[in-house]
Design a protein around this ligand. Structure first.
Ligand SMILES: [Zn+2]
Length: 253
């Protein structure tokens, strides 16, 4: 599904469905597409990987069609009382309606599926991924997104996200279903390359930091000119955040 501004698709987000279970539900502004797809299908449950508006925005619409909604325990308050978000996020995604969801257990059994819920904090403090061990499928929410990311949100913790990604590699899976990259066939290898990329950025950021450069200068040295998102979001989604979070993370993170 895509959400945009003035009729132009700006940003894409995926929701996935297996046997009556929907994993993540897109944004408030994409819920019409989701509802159109959902009509006439059996949907028993919706499972959210984290509380961000571009993943929970279709929950209310699916709940009104009879689906139960689950989310990580740490997300429940934020789903019931959606936090204020910046204007550009409201314009692109919209602000979700308040919603009561149930706390996700470690294991979900639904319609013959057995799913494991694995905490992967970093992108957000409540983030989880969903593993379907039988098929080796990983539903990664926003834990992956891109192999060579250059931006981080101001409220992320990229060092913790790196640690979560490393811990994921210990699990048995092959294919990845990502909230923004969609279907990634050799997903585990892609995650391995993302870990290597983040480790490289972290090592360079620390080295340049020890030489006395500030985070803005380090970001320019590593990535070249700062990208559009840095300017559009006034630094909220920026290379400078990625550098700072990786540089300051604990050793071995
Ligand atoms: Zn997110």
């Amino acid at each position: 599904m895509s959400a945009g501004f003035l009729g132009r698709g700006l940003y894409w987000v995926s929701a996935f469905s297996i046997d009556g279970l929907v994993i993540d539900a897109g944004a408030p502004r994409t819920q019409r597409d989701l509802t159109r797809w959902a009509r006439g299908r059996r949907i028993d449950g919706v499972l959210n990987t984290h509380h961000h508006e571009d993943h929970v925005g279709g929950d209310a619409a699916l709940a009104s069609l009879g689906a139960d909604v689950w989310a990580p325990e740490a997300s429940l308050d934020r789903l019931a009382h959606p936090p204020r978000i910046q204007i550009f996020r409201q314009m692109v995604w919209g602000r979700p309606a308040p919603l009561r969801a149930k706390a996700l257990p470690q294991r979900v059994e639904l319609g013959g599926l057995a799913l494991e819920i694995i905490p992967t904090p970093g992108h957000s403090d409540d983030h989880v991924v969903v593993l379907l061990p039988e098929n080796g499928w990983l539903f990664s929410g926003d834990a992956f997104v891109h192999e060579r990311i250059r931006y981080a949100q101001a409220d992320e913790d990229a060092s913790l996200a790196l640690r979560s990604l490393r811990s994921l590699l210990a699990h048995d899976f092959g294919e990845v279903f990502c909230g923004h990259a969609g279907y990634v066939p050799a997903g585990k290898e892609a995650i391995r390359r993302k870990v290597a990329h983040l480790e490289e950025v972290q090592a360079k950021a620390r080295l340049l930091g020890r030489e006395g450069l500030d985070d803005m200068a380090i970001a320019r040295r590593i990535f070249g000119r700062l990208g559009n998102w840095h300017w559009i979001t006034r630094g909220w989604f920026s290379e400078v955040n990625l550098v700072r979070q990786l540089r300051l993370g604990p050793d071995g993170a």
